[in-house]
Design a protein around this ligand. Structure first.
Ligand code: FMN
Length: 356
């Protein structure tokens, strides 16, 4: 699904976030061919990163924990080789630059001259973001995206300061943590690095990112700033939720690492199919949909049960903490109204149950 991004028509609203899937020009070209609307480079810094061994491991389905630093290419290689190659091949490149004013000063003009689509500024320390942003704004007219940290003590206030200082868009958010995994055979951390800690990304962080994106939309009401919703999108359903929470574009990183560029093609097709099956022509039409439902009013619900689709598996009976569910000898699901607290758990577990 083609759309506009920073004044350019691009192949889709999918933005591949900074990470190993975009570690060099060839990887970025493959992602663009697969249908990415834009590809963010691995973060460019004055110094090439040195990563510990075991810096990226799976932490449950579709989820990663990593202690990978920024790009292990020196800045010169990006400016002289990788960026020109990717831009010449037609990739809409967002150059990720971190983590200080000095790093930005050393490369942002070259990035603009090379014809990149935008610059994304990222830092581990929130206090360095504004100086980096002001320095970049002074030097280039290219769109500037600020990547926000989910650990920000006041995300909305920080985002507002960034917009006031000239940020054209926001990426929400980065991976979450610090986090730790333990190898139960050795007792050692699963990740390398001196402290064994890393950052969580992928499927398991989706609800956190959705909340951040929604809070940004609520807190920045009236400010028309594009948000790249990045964190936890590994399925079409997650991408649709991300848009409904308020994201303008759909960011993906871990899923593109784990499944390769084909994931981008599939996600694009699946999102397209979902939108048309729900009567929508573009992602814009559902952007921020959840805000229309907030604040929610307390409602009394009537639980429904579809005897045709119920398999009598008994899951609703086992999982009800209040013992309010039972299946009688005729296979009819019974609810003990005196015990039921309308918590909603059974309805979320089974498609034969609903709320009216
Ligand atoms: C192995 C790995 C390396 C990453 N490296 C960077 C990086 O260099 N710069 C950056 O801004 N974000 C980096 N990220 C964070 C991602 O861009 C993204 O914010 C995060 O993974 C959440 O998105 P996801 O849940 O779709 O993976 C990295 C993520 C992973 C998994």
């Amino acid at each position: 699904m083609r759309c506009r991004m920073f004044g350019r028509e691009v192949a889709s609203p999918i933005v591949v976030g900074s990470g190993p899937a975009s570690f060099d020009a060839d990887a970025m070209i493959a992602l663009a061919k697969a249908g990415a609307g834009a590809v963010v480079t691995k973060t460019i810094n004055l110094e090439a990163a040195q990563n510990p061994t075991r810096h990226m491991v799976q932490a449950g389905a579709g989820t990663l924990i990593n202690c990978e630093k920024w790009s292990d290419f020196p800045m010169g290689r990006w400016l002289d080789t990788e960026l020109p190659k990717a831009v010449d091949a037609g990739v809409p490149v967002i150059a990720s630059v971190g983590h200080t004013k000095q790093d930005a000063a050393a490369c942002v003009e070259r990035i603009e001259d090379l014809g990149c689509l935008a610059i994304e500024l990222v830092s581990y320390d929130e206090s360095t973001v504004l100086p980096m942003l002001e320095e970049t704004r002074r030097r280039v007219s290219l769109p500037i995206i600020v990547k926000l940290s989910p650990n920000s003590p006041d995300l909305v206030a920080h985002a507002r300061r960034c917009v006031d200082a000239g940020a054209d868009a926001l990426t929400a958010c980065d991976s979450m943590g610090p986090a730790l995994l333990v190898d139960i055979e050795t007792g050692a951390p699963v990740l390398g690095g001196s402290d064994g800690r890393g950052w969580l990304s992928g499927a398991q962080i989706l609800p956190f990112t959705l909340e951040k994106v929604c809070s940004l939309r609520q807190g920045l009401a009236g400010i028309d700033v594009p948000i790249i919703g990045l964190g936890g999108v590994t399925t079409c359903q997650a991408a649709i939720q991300m848009a409904m929470a308020g994201a303008t574009y759909i960011g993906v990183c871990s899923a593109a690492i784990l499944k390769g560029p084909a994931f981008v093609t599939k996600l694009n097709l699946d999102v397209d199919a979902w939108l048309s099956s729900h009567g929508h022509e573009s992602l814009d039409e559902i952007c921020g949909e959840v805000l229309r439902h907030l604040p929610q009013k307390e409602a009394s619900y009537h639980m429904t049960w579809d005897e045709k689709t119920c398999t009598r598996c008994g899951r609703c009976v086992r999982s009800c903490p209040y013992g309010a569910r039972s299946i009688d000898e005729e296979g009819v699901m019974r609810v003990d109204a005196a015990r039921c607290r309308s918590c909603g758990l059974c309805v979320s577990l089974c498609r034969s149950l609903g709320l009216a």
